[in-house]
Every structure is written in C-alpha cells, then in structure tokens.
Write a protein that binds this ligand. Structure first.
Ligand code: AMP
Ligand code: MG
Length: 472
C-alpha cells in the first residue's frame, strides 16, 4: 500500500470514555470521485494510484499508523439537550502534524459506530458532494472551515425517504472536531476528571497561550464571533447551529442543510427541520452567544470560586453581541468600500440592507455590482438604490481605494443552492463535470470569470431551492 500518512495521534491517547475504537465497515466497490491534491500535499500525503486512494478513503484499508475511533459528545439540538450523541457515522483516522498544529483526518459515512442509535452510519452521494463543494468554497472565501480531502462512492445503496441512493464517503480535515458538545458530554455525566482532561487537552491543542478557563473562554468567544460575522458577510446560513456542531477551534463544521442567500432577507431559513427559524440567517449571532453560554457553563466547575466564575463568565458572554457587531461592521464596511468602518457608518450599511430586502435584491450580486455601477439593476425598484447612493458616494470620497477594498470583500461566486442541487442530480446520473466545474470556479471566488457567468446567475423561478435537508 503506497498511501502513507504520518499520523501522530493524540486524541486516541485520551481516556477510553472519550471515544470508541472502531473498524470502518468495508464497502463493496469503492471508487474515487475527488481527491484534493493541494490539501494532500500540505498534509504530506504523496500521490498514489486512484484505486489505492479509494481503498483508504472508503475505510476498506486502514493506513498504517491510523487508530480509527468515533468521538463521544453530547449537545443541544434545537435547544433540547441530548446527553449522548457522538460520531454516529464518522470515523477519526488520526491526526497529522502541520506547522506544529495537529489536524484531524476523518471519514464521514464510514459505517455504524456505538453512537449510531437508529442510523445506518452511512451517507449518500448528495450530502457528500455538497459538503465537498461548500466547504472548499468557504475556504476559498477566507472563512475558517473544515476541508475536503477526498470523496468516494461505495458501490452500495443507501436507503432514505426517497428510496435507494448511491452511497458515498467524505474525508474531511479540521483543526479538530472538539465541539461545545464535547464539553457538555462530561458535564452531563458530572465527570469532573474527564472535563479537566478535555480542558487541558483543548487548551494545549488550540489556545496554548490561555492560562485560565476565563482566558480560554474569551479566546473561543473571539474566534466564534469572528466566524459568525464572516458567515453573515457572504450570506451563509449554517442551518444546524446545535452545540454539537459548534467547534472550539472556531471553524465551520458539519455542513448539512446549509445554504447561501440568493435574494436578501434577514429571516431566511432553508433547513426543512428548522420549523421556527431558530437558525435563520439573522438569528445566527444570537444563537452563537447562547452556544457560548453553554460552553461557559461547562467551564464553571473548573473554577475554584464557582459563584465568582458564574458572575465573570456571564459578563464575558454579555460582551459577545458587541464583539460580533464590531466584526460585522468591519466586514460589511468593506463590502461597501469602507476600509475601516466605525459606528457612524452603520446606518449606511443597514439602510442598504433594508432597501435590498424590500426590493428583493440578490445578496451576492448586489454587493458585487457596487463595483460596476450596476447595483441599481439589482433592485425591484431601482429608485430605492438611487436614494441611498449619494450618501454612499460622499462617504467613499474620503476613502483611498474603495474598489480594491470591495473587490476582495464581495465575491462574484458563491455555491448557489440551485447549482448545488443541479450538480448533485448530474452526479447521481453519473456526470461529475458540474461538480468539477463548481470546484474549479469556486476556488477563485473574487475574480471575474467570464466563461462562468452562468454560475453568478440567481435561480430562475423554476430553479429556486425552497428547502434543504440534513440528508443524512
Ligand atoms: P448532525 O445533525 O449531522 O450534526 O448529526 C447529529 C447526530 O446524528 C450525530 O451524532 C451524528 O453522528 C448522528 N447521525 C447523523 N446521521 C447519521 C446516520 N446516517 N447514521 C448514524 N448516525 C447519524
Ligand atoms: Mg453534527
């Protein structure tokens, strides 16, 4: 076997109750659909024949040094607490050290684990390609995220509501898969030793300069505030911001029913299971504060004076909305060409957004069109833009190079929902060209690509995606 990965596993060294060791269940006839050569090179994985890559990234062959395991975690799902979740269909092969940082290599869809409950531990091709394309697009947009290393089809059917679908497995890479829910797992069991061990491990791995739980919490809060502001700035809706899908590293993970805004409206929800809009576009800043409060709760028992800890952590959590708001302001300021926006610029931004919502402007295209003086065409009633424009022009007169600021803040290309759905349909029919084309165009989202203008087009009425599904 020529696929060699220099595993250096630390999570596997943690006590037994942190995970369950598993052997990925072999699949019938794995075939490689995608392999991320650039990422592989970063991870020190040398090129190998496709058949061998397919064997490894389907779980059929465990590469030397891997110690496959499913991680235990808990989590609040739509506000309700589950003390026992865990990787029900994922499988951590191990970690690879990169510039002194450890990165997880994980298979998703690799078969049942002790945490699978009623699930089959599998994934079908649709969600695998969806996560592959969207996570790589997020990376190219400069947003912290897990990445896609490989995708394979299994040659086995997976049964879902709509019948038999082609099975697939995604290999993803992240700074870690430690979640808020990992901390909750130990708190729920009153396992203080486990909690302390997890805390020490996580600090060392992600925030080595944090000297106290308060400093650690502050560091996580800072990264998550920045992450959510970045999501907002590209119109990204995660869709399942449960605490088990919220990382400690501050990366986006667990791409399920996520989607990007087409027409801008703050209340937009795509996920079929989000009946009350808990995870709507504009509610994401509120939800992350709530999720960080759950993390804070887990850290209280680590403090010598718990009453004081509750008080201090509460104060810290209460600073988070302002923190998100200031990150948001910086990013949206850049979207309108202001390099370093201050609070005085906020009305200019919110007035534009309000006019966009009232006039069904496409979020991505409206901002991008600020660069070409064609923004007004994005408005149902262009006069709404005309009213906003003079104040904006005046503001820009004191900026040194607004175009340069805007071009790097307003992508031309995002993974549009209808293109993702069309790509999946083609792939199910055996045509992977749309998948490969999306990947290549989305790798360079801030550059105009005239031969890919069809990928900037909003959906025709018949193409509009109304709902997205977890599609597990
Ligand atoms: P998610 O909503 O995808 O973050 O998943 C929530 C929980 O359900 C996690 O514990 C998953 O591992 C588990 N899960 C999701 N899909 C499956 C599946 N097909 N088989 C087993 N477990 C699953
Ligand atoms: Mg999850």
């Amino acid at each position: 076997m020529s696929v060699k990965i220099a595993f250096e596993n630390t999570y596997a060294r943690l006590p037994d109750r942190f995970h369950s060791r598993i052997t990925p269940k072999p699949v019938k006839s794995p075939e490689l659909i995608a392999f991320n050569e650039d990422l592989a090179a970063e991870l020190g994985i040398a090129p190998a024949p496709e058949t061998e890559l397919a064997q490894v990234f389907s779980g059929n062959v465990t590469p030397g040094g891997a110690e496959p395991l499913a991680q235990a975690y808990a989590g609040h799902q739509f506000g309700g607490f589950s003390p026992q979740l865990g990787d029900g269909r994922a499988n951590l092969l191990g970690e690879v050290s990169l510039n002194g940082k450890h990165r997880d290599i994980q298979l998703k869809g690799s078969g049942p684990t002790p945490y699978s409950r009623m699930g089959d531990g599998r994934a079908w091709l649709g969600p695998v390609l969806r996560e592959y394309v969207i996570s790589e697009a997020m990376y190219a947009l400069g947003i912290p995220t897990s990445r896609a290393l490989a995708a394979v089809t299994t040659g086995e059917p997976v049964y879902r509501e709509n019948g038999a679908l082609p099975g697939a497995i995604l290999t993803r890479v992240a700074d870690s898969h430690i979640r808020v829910g990992t901390f909750q797992f130990f708190l729920a069991r009153r396992d203080m030793e486990g909690l302390r061990t997890l805390y020490a491990y996580t600090v060392k791995r992600h925030y080595p300069s944090a000297e106290t739980p308060a400093e650690f919490l502050n560091a996580v809060v800072t990264r998550q505030a920045s992450l959510i502001a970045h999501w907002m700035s590209v119109g990204f809706i995660h869709g399942v911001m449960n605490t088990d899908n919220t990382t400690i590293s501050g990366e986006t993970i667990d791409y399920g029913p996520c989607a990007f805004l087409d027409v801008y409206h703050p209340d937009t929800v795509f996920s079929s299971i989000d009946a009350h809009g808990r995870y709507a576009y504009s509610n994401q800043p509120n939800v992350i504060v709530w999720n960080m409060a759950q993390l804070a709760t887990c850290l209280v028992p680590l403090m010598p004076d718990q009453d004081k800890a509750v008080e201090d952590f509460t104060k810290l959590i209460h600073t988070m909305p302002d923190l998100i708001q200031s990150e948001w302001l910086k990013l949206f300021g850049r979207k309108i060409g202001v390099a370093d926006a201050s609070e005085a610029d906020e009305p200019l931004i919110t007035n534009l957004l309000t006019a966009m919502a009232q006039n069904r402007a496409d979020f991505t295209n409206a901002f991008r069109a600020l660069l070409t003086n064609k923004c007004r065409d994005q408005f149902l009633n262009p006069k709404a833009f005309d009213e906003w424009e003079p104040g904006w022009r005046e503001r820009l007169s004191s900026e040194s190079d607004p175009e340069a600021v805007m071009i790097n803040a307003n992508p031309a290309f995002i993974p549009r929902n209808h293109r993702i759905e069309q790509m999946i349909q083609a792939a199910v029919a055996g045509d992977f060209d749309p998948f490969n084309r999306l990947l290549s165009v989305l790798a360079d989202p801030f550059t105009d690509q005239p031969d890919a203008n069809d990928l900037t087009a909003p959906p025709e009425p018949s193409e509009v995606v109304q709902q997205t599904f977890c599609g597990t």
